[in-house]
Design a binder for this molecule. Sequence first.
Ligand code: G3P
Ligand code: MG
Length: 249
Amino acid sequence: MTAAAPWPYPFWIAHRGAGKLAPENTLAAFGLGLSHGYRMAECDVTLSADGVAYLLHDERLERTTDGRGVAVEQSWDALSRLDAGAWHGARHAGEPLPSLATLAGFAQARGLALNLEIKPGPGDDARCGRIAAAETARLWAGRSPLPLMSSFSRVALQAARDAAPGLPRAHLFEWLPADACEQALDLGCVAIVAHFSGLDAAAISLAHAAGLRVLSYTVNDAAVAERLRAAGIDGLITDAIDRFDPATG
Ligand code: G3P
Ligand code: MG
């Protein structure tokens, strides 16, 4: 049994800032999550063509902005002018895509901990991992807790480790492979983050025995949350910020 490192993060984590109740990955979402008592949020970090780290989930712009096309092909000057709120509702019209620097200022002022999921555009894994991690290390220098950097992309996690080895990293898995712990440890990760469908008490115990923490996404069902809590999960990422009380974490 390997002792897990101290874990400075809250149990409950608001997915994309506030789940589905505000435009995802915008400051409006983080503010809403905070107003529901959430002290930590997950969000998706990607890069503009000219290397600015900012928040966006999709490869393309259409679903969550008034822009068009592949996001990584566009400059930050163009991206920063887009409306990332109107798609969700008129009251959020004009909400911009936040840069990672803007998010850092907001989160540090409000005491919000972050799980920064590195979400590379197509073919951009190494550059995205490197710049997202280097920027995070610069923006959060001397602060605690540091953002937890996660990714499905092993190339991005490797680049993040090379660029900023002091940042905590987590390996994301959609389907939990038998060697998930070995894969995570191989990249110097402190945690695995797995879809809830593949997690049970045995998998969580195995990870704990390897010295890894275990988080799960995206848990919106009370029965699933209770099952995972009983199994020893270390944190849950949820859209249901209006149903789960983070004070119970
Ligand atoms: O980081 C957990 C979760 O956000 C991964 O899936 O597609 O919502 O980014 P996705
Ligand atoms: Mg995500």
